[in-house]
Design a binder for this molecule. Structure first.
Ligand code: ZN
Length: 291
């Protein structure tokens, strides 16, 4: 309780130089100007003559998976109504290499958009995908500090619902992703669940309140026809849940919000149009860890 009480500002007497300490200018933790710059012009050029390979819809309050070969494009679209999606990405050949939302956040910020990369977990830490188009790119940062496509949330899950509300709810994104991954790789649910990870919150509008620092959500600005498009840097298995929160204007972990499907489409470009591109190698750290 002492620790929680200490979180409230004003619980401790300020030192005399409190204002001076607060006035220190922040520095960016990870200046990202040394990151390799993705060749968006090459990707977008290749996209122009790409042919559709496959598509699948994630039904409302459910998830679906699709394979996205390296060098192909994955478009996630809003259809029928405003809807948020929770995305997991895996190396299609090795589920232990998966999307790392925390490091993606550290490198690119709280929300991602065109030109940002989606990075994989340790020890591979490499770009899994590059965002080449984002029709919600106009939104920017609103007056509440909210923006779109966050890597600050986790994924809605039944365990938190149990803690906060004492309910058993089975169609949170965590469970939807678990079922879809189990089906995609013919795994028992308990094993599939271990691979489910913190997501890219596609189309979700979120931020942190300025006064209490709490995670907030608000109605997504997404409308049918909007999309986020990724270029697959490695062979990917993409799993997407149509969140039970719908547009996340009020609540999740229940069946009360209006929910809509989400569409995933895969496009394959002509090989000649990707000349000069190669799939990124795994991270170059030697993994000796000082021994
Ligand atoms: Zn969700």
């Amino acid at each position: 309780m002492q620790i929680n009480a200490g979180k409230k500002t004003g619980a401790m007497t300020e030192p005399q130089d409190a204002q001076a300490r607060r006035a220190i200018q922040p520095v960016i933790c990870y200046p990202n100007d040394t990151l390799p710059v993705p060749d968006l012009a090459l990707y977008r050029g290749a996209r122009m003559n790409a042919e559709k390979l496959d598509e699948i819809r994630a039904a409302p309050r459910d998830a679906a998976s699709i394979e996205v070969p390296a060098g192909c494009f994955l478009r996630i679209s809003s259809v029928e109504g405003s809807q948020v999606g929770d995305l997991n990405l895996f190396n299609s050949h090795d589920l232990s290499e998966r999307f790392y939302s925390g490091k993606t956040r550290a490198l690119h910020g709280t929300h991602v958009t065109t030109g940002d990369r989606l990075w994989s977990s340790f020890p591979t830490l490499r770009p899994m995908a590059t965002i080449i188009e984002d029709t919600l790119n106009w939104y920017g940062m609103d007056e509440f500090g909210g923006s779109v496509h966050d890597v600050i949330g986790t994924r809605c899950d039944p365990y938190t619902g149990q803690v906060l509300q004492g309910v058993q709810y089975h169609h949170c994104c965590h469970s939807n992703l678990t079922r879809a991954l189990a089906d995609a790789r013919n795994l028992p649910l308990a094993e599939a669940e271990r691979h489910v990870h913190d997501v890219l919150n596609v189309f979700m509008c979120t931020g942190f309140t300025r006064d209490t620092g709490q995670y907030f959500m608000k109605a997504s600005p997404v409308r049918p026809g909007d999309y986020l498009e990724l270029f697959a840097e490695i062979d990917l298995l993409a799993v997407l849940s149509a969140c039970p929160g719908g547009d996340c204007s009020s609540e999740h972990t229940s069946d009360t919000a209006a929910c809509h499907p989400l569409l995933m489409e895969v496009f394959r470009p002509k090989a000649a149009d990707l000349e000069g591109w190669s799939s990124p190698p795994v991270n170059g750290y030697d993994r000796s860890h000082g021994r």
